[in-house]
Ligand binder design. Structure first.
Ligand code: HEC
Length: 176
């Protein structure tokens, strides 16, 4: 019994210390704080597992059509993906280098994520990172599938293609 009481007292002491540490403002939420490797590892595993489990939608039959990919390029430009991730021939905005975690190069991600996984991430965003939910930003499912189709093709889209496909956009017009 004395051992159990000691364990209980210790647990309470640890709880109080943790509360004092976090609610007392000692934990730094600075975006510049480097996470310990184990935290980065755990967050990446949780993200990947969560996306794998949730991404169950079926891509439309038109997913690989050039028309879909090209309208995806326009939606990609209009919704501002390039500001954080860059695009073929377009450098990301400097501020995105201050995001933590930093936005990945989608050309590399394209090979790793399935169409359903891309759709799910773009639609829902990734909580507690800079990746927004584009459903909440007003994109329709059709637009999101087209963006996913464009991202999937990123490894083979040239700078000139992207420029041509997005040339008709008026840079001054608002997203929607
Ligand atoms: C404000 C900056 C920002 C904007 C705008 C943004 N993203 Fe992201 N995106 C991020 C960040 C940060 C991550 C990394 C999240 C993480 O590491 O878990 C990310 C992650 C992703 C991923 C997942 C990568 C992976 O490995 O799982 C995809 C796909 C993606 N973004 C696509 C897009 C598309 C398409 C758009 C436009 C419709 C867009 N993003 C707009 C910041 C942004």
């Amino acid at each position: 019994m004395r051992i159990l009481a000691a364990i209980g007292a210790l647990a309470i002491a640890i709880g109080l210390a943790a509360a004092a540490f976090f609610f007392g403002g000692f934990y730094s939420i600075a975006g510049t704080t480097e996470d310990p490797a184990v935290v980065t590892w755990a967050l990446t595993r949780v993200r990947t597992a969560s996306i794998n489990r949730h991404a169950t939608a079926t891509a439309p039959a038109s997913f690989n059509d050039p028309a879909t990919v090209q309208s995806g390029a326009r939606a990609y430009a209009t919704f501002g993906c390039a500001t954080c991730h860059g695009a073929p021939g377009v450098k990301w905005q400097k501020f995105s280098e201050g995001l933590h975690p930093d936005p990945p190069d989608l050309k590399e991600v394209a090979g790793e994520l399935s169409p359903a996984q891309l759709f799910w991430v773009i639609k829902n965003g990734i909580n507690m990172t800079g990746m927004p939910s584009f459903e909440q930003a007003g994109a329709t499912d059709t637009e999101i599938w087209s963006i996913a189709a464009f991202v999937k093709k990123l490894p083979v889209v040239s700078d000139a293609d992207y420029k041509t496909w997005t040339a008709s956009l008026d840079p001054a017009s608002p997203a929607k």
